[in-house]
Design a protein around this ligand. Structure first.
Ligand code: PLP
Length: 455
């Protein structure tokens, strides 16, 4: 490794990096990003990268969008801060909530704003508890989530998350959360089991879990349409259609975590539309503002809202809210992002790129160290394996995923290593030419990784 630059040394001295192997950081140093334009970002040493991950699955409009800058400036000038507590209001929040109600895939009555996806999912759980207290079912409090799900990092949302590194060392998950099977056929399908049989097995297993825990103790199930940070896992056809009737039967409602899938990523406004989910409530964040400011949202139907209103007659104030939930800057940028998505007809643009994405992923699936290249819309996961035929993973001590991501950076492309899966989720405004260049760089990185693995 080359010696650290001055800015890297300062970074190492001052920053506790999230999601980072802290023990190896001193050797590599951080890649300090300085600016961005379109789908490109540039580090402090002047290196250019195609941002193949939209930052953290969020910068759908890419970087340096002047209309967003203008909207932010105007909002900062007119009202940099106000809140929604105690019956106060701000117009950007009203406008954004109205837009979300219009776009929602199911009837939505109210929108509750947060600052992040984790806070949105944390709020979802509190709302489920409050709702069941309000409707006289105080025992119905557990939430079902799935192994490999990602729902955030607050104590509750990290508990919903089904990934070991979010639990290990933190004494999580807390009780009231139960995890069911992950719908990843490539990894969890059994020998000789068809996809349809796999779906049936998972549905049966969910029913057994509910029966074992007691249906009267379970409030809701939370699910991402396509699981993102667990490794871009696309459930098999018919998965949600198989599990939803079981949830309905036991009066367990479905919370749709659209934090990554929402706003066009899968080719529809919502991943739930692409994947056949009919949720009762929805969480959104990330592309909600195209990451130009932090914002999260929880969208809920009229019957839940009415139960809250009735409950507040008995117990008084609805006691939940964040200082920055519905921040004017976030809301103004949410309104502007949606306006730009609509002006660009981002859904048609994404749909026009899906065949390119698909063709490149199919080619990558043939690479000798790739076990599975899976995708939905403009998001994909490339799982690296030591043996293609047996699906044998690389020895964990090799850390092949992070090595591949580093080699990709050296080839001018940013992907995210999730274990040994390379995630790809470029800004939705990417052109076909840029997308092909991104995949050229991925292929080069895979060749370099294979060479390294053989050494
Ligand atoms: N839900 C999903 C599906 C996510 O992917 C994420 C973050 O990656 C979150 C929730 C948490 O969002 P945040 O990091 O904004 O708290």
């Amino acid at each position: 490794n080359p010696p650290l630059t001055n800015v890297q040394a300062r970074d190492l001295d001052a920053i506790l990096h999230p999601y980072t192997p802290l023990h190896t950081l001193p050797q590599t140093g951080a890649t300090v990003i300085d600016h961005g334009k379109g789908v490109y970002v540039y580090d402090t040493q002047g290196n250019e990268y195609i941002e193949g991950m939209s930052g953290l699955w969020c910068a759908g409009l890419g970087f340096g969008n002047e209309e967003m800058v203008e909207a932010a400036t105007q909002q900062m000038r007119s009202l940099p801060y106000y809140h929604l507590f105690g019956g106060m209001g701000i117009e950007p929040a009203i406008e954004l909530a109205e837009k979300l109600k219009e776009l929602a895939p199911v009837p939505i009555s109210k929108v509750f704003f947060t600052s992040s996806g984790s806070e949105a999912n944390d709020t979802q759980v509190k709302l489920a508890w409050y709702y069941n207290n309000a409707r006289g079912k105080p025992e119905k409090k557990k939430i079902i989530s799935r192994i490999k799900a990602y729902h955030g990092v607050t104590i509750m949302s990290a508990s919903l998350t089904g990934l070991p590194y979010n639990h290990k060392g933190f004494d999580l998950p807390i009780d009231r959360v139960v995890h069911t099977e992950c719908p990843h056929y490539y990894r969890f399908g059994q020998d000789g089991e068809s996809e349809a049989d796999f779906v049936t097995r998972l549905a049966t297993s969910l029913r057994e879990l509910i029966e074992r825990e007691g249906p009267d103790t379970i409030a809701a199930m939370i699910a991402e349409p396509v699981m993102g940070a667990g490794g871009v896992i696309v459930p098999p056809k018919g998965y949600f259609e198989a599990i939803q009737p079981i949830l309905d039967e036991y009066d367990i409602y479905l919370i749709d975590d659209e934090v990554i899938n929402g706003f066009g990523r899968t080719g529809n406004w919502w991943g739930s539309e692409t994947l056949g989910m009919t949720p009762k409530t929805i969480s959104a964040a990330k592309q909600l503002t195209s990451a130009y400011a932090p914002l999260g949202a929880v969208m809920l139907p009229e019957d839940i809202y009415q139960a809250f209103v009735d409950h507040s007659r008995q117990i008084g104030t609805f006691g939940h809210g964040f200082t920055y939930g519905g921040h004017p800057l976030g809301c103004a940028l949410g309104v502007k992002a949606i306006e730009i998505y609509q002006k660009l007809d981002i859904l048609s643009h994404v749909r026009s790129l899906i065949p390119v994405f698909e063709a490149r992923m199919k080619k990558i699936a043939d690479h000798p160290i790739v076990g599975e290249a899976r995708y939905c819309g403009l998001m994909g996961g490339v799982e690296l394996v030591a043996d293609k035929a047996t699906k044998q993973p690389f020895d964990a001590s090799v850390g092949i995923g992070p090595k591949a991501a580093t080699l990709a950076r050296q080839n001018g492309a940013i992907f995210r290593a999730i274990g040994d899966t390379l995630a790809v989720c470029p800004p939705m405004i990417i052109t076909a030419e840029e997308l092909n260049a991104l995949f050229d760089r991925m292929e080069k990185a895979l060749d370099d990784t294979e060479f390294l693995a053989k050494k």
